[in-house]
Design a protein around this ligand. Structure first.
Ligand code: ADE
Ligand code: ZN
Length: 362
């Protein structure tokens, strides 16, 4: 691989995305240390707030709300965190949401994440929530949105983390359902800045939600969608061309289509990659098989994110630590990943400049 020092592009400006010096894997996963890594300030762009619900909080909220869980204790619950694919995870992820009943529950979950994210070096967090997964359980939009929003409102003060809320729509439900919920969010003036598309990907292509994304765009919302996690590279193209998204969540299967990679590089489309998630959901066999080094080498605009950290073995710092252990990330690549995350965020230009300045100093 090229040695960046000879051509020294500055990772903080977006000048030369094709340079990388990620070496071949050094450690197999079985040898991974629980190493801490010195974190640069980053933006986390791909995070499902419901995926931050830790087993301890699940039991605490169940007790508070008088809900009886089908697990005898935390160990029995944790033992279920062995997933075979995306759907096997989603089944447990949706089931565990049963404990979220009140605004306070949503606020507590969100504050726990913000505190942990701040400790991980996250300085700006773009947080997805799944309103339909709560409405279907009889929880109102006000309860879930206001609960999360109340924790976000004090995040800069309490944790030094700026935030941005994204309403994600469940692609295995109908577009009519999504449109109805978007109407509800707009009617209540929910503090959302973007919409996303998540849940079971295969068989639910982006084109199913063309009207939803057109409506969100008209309402002035930013647009992102999960694509190319389990689904094919063609879903990434659809998300770009039919939905007009600015950012792709995951996107790792773009590597199967060289023409698409070329386009993503040329247009600097952000891909919010989640390495530990991809391993746990078996999108890749092991971390050593993850395409992140190849994506960086191809010049793609990738960032590192945690997706559902309570389920996938770690927060953004854990993702970096394990990447470091397996691939030996260079300082240059760590800076580039951090800079990409900031450039690719939906934060204001002013906030981005602050974060880039902080990164520069780090
Ligand atoms: N919802 C929560 N996590 C998800 C993921 N990794 N893919 C799709 N939908 C999700
Ligand atoms: Zn996700």
């Amino acid at each position: 691989m090229d040695n960046y020092r000879d051509t020294a592009a500055d990772p903080l400006t977006e000048t030369d995305p094709t340079q990388t010096d990620l070496p071949e894997p050094e450690l197999q996963e079985s040898e991974l240390p629980e190493a801490a890594v010195r974190m640069l300030p980053v933006a986390e762009l791909h995070l499902h707030i419901e995926g931050t619900l830790q087993p301890e909080l699940i039991f605490e909220l169940a007790e508070r709300n008088g809900i009886s869980l089908p697990y005898s204790g935390i160990d029995e619950l944790r033992a279920l965190y062995e997933f075979t694919d995306l759907q096997s995870f989603l089944d447990l992820y949706y089931a565990n949401m049963a404990v979220l009943q009140t605004e306070q529950d949503f606020a507590d979950m969100t504050r726990d994440y913000l505190a942990r994210a701040a400790a991980a070096g996250v300085r700006h967090a773009e947080i997805m929530m799944d309103p339909q997964a709560h409405l279907s359980r009889g929880i109102s939009l006000e309860t879930c949105v206001n609960g999360v929003a109340s924790a976000l409102a004090t995040s800069v003060n309490d944790f030094g983390v700026s935030t941005f809320l994204i309403a994600a729509f469940l692609r295995d439900l109908s577009e009519e359902s999504a449109l109805e919920v978007l109407d509800g969010l707009l009617a209540m003036n929910a503090p959302i800045g973007a919409i996303g598309l998540d849940s079971a990907e295969v068989g639910n292509p982006p084109s199913k939600f063309e009207r939803l994304f057109a409506k969100a765009r008209e309402a002035g919302l930013r647009l992102t969608a999960h694509a190319g996690e389990e689904g094919p590279a063609s879903y990434i193209l659809e998300a770009l061309d039919v939905l007009g998204v600015e950012r792709i969540d995951h996107g790792i299967r773009c590597m199967e289509d060289p023409d698409l990679v070329e386009r993503l590089v040329e247009e600097r489309i952000p891909l919010t990659v989640c390495p530990l998630s991809n391993v746990r959901l078996r999108a890749v066999d092991t971390l050593a098989d993850h395409p992140l080094p190849a994506m960086l080498a191809a010049g793609l605009n990738v960032s590192v994110n945690s997706d559902d950290p309570a389920y996938f073995g770690g927060y953004v710092d854990d993702n970096f630590a394990q990447l470091e252990a397996v691939f030996g990330l260079s300082d240059f690549d760590r800076s580039r990943l951090a800079a990409n995350s900031i450039h690719s965020s939906f934060a204001s230009e002013e906030r981005k400049a602050e974060l880039l300045d902080e990164l520069n100093r780090a």
